[in-house]
Design a protein around this ligand. Structure first.
Ligand SMILES: [Zn+2]
Length: 114
């Protein structure tokens, strides 16, 4: 730092301004994350750095992702999907209820309570 002596010798009040003029921040780019609660937060990361796929929402703490239409929290809110749930997705509600009734009947039969 060739300017070190100059700064040290100058008046204190003039230093911050000169430093601010000379200071060049590293290039950054904004990255926006959405959580499942509809919050979005924008962070700035170094331009050459890879953005983390998930960022904790600062407002609710849920994981937030870069895809506004598909925040990661939504997936985690359905941690378990039974076979029946998948079946019901492919069928109408009425069919699903019939299958559910069948399944319950089968369950009761196995337990000996039917
Ligand atoms: Zn949130």
């Amino acid at each position: 730092m060739p300017n070190g002596h100059v700064i040290r010798g100058s008046r204190v009040g003039s230093v911050p301004e000169r430093l601010a003029e000379r200071y060049e921040p590293a290039p950054c780019r904004p990255v926006t994350y959405w959580c499942r609660n509809g919050h979005h937060t924008q962070i700035r990361i170094a331009a050459e750095a890879e953005a983390p796929p998930v960022w904790d929402c600062p407002r609710c703490g849920y994981p937030a992702g870069q895809d506004a239409q598909n925040p990661p929290g939504r997936v985690r809110s359905e941690p378990y999907k039974s076979h029946l749930a998948y079946v019901k997705e492919r069928r109408t509600d009425a069919e699903g209820e019939a299958i559910l009734a069948e399944a319950l009947a089968e369950l009761r039969r196995r337990r000996g309570t039917g």
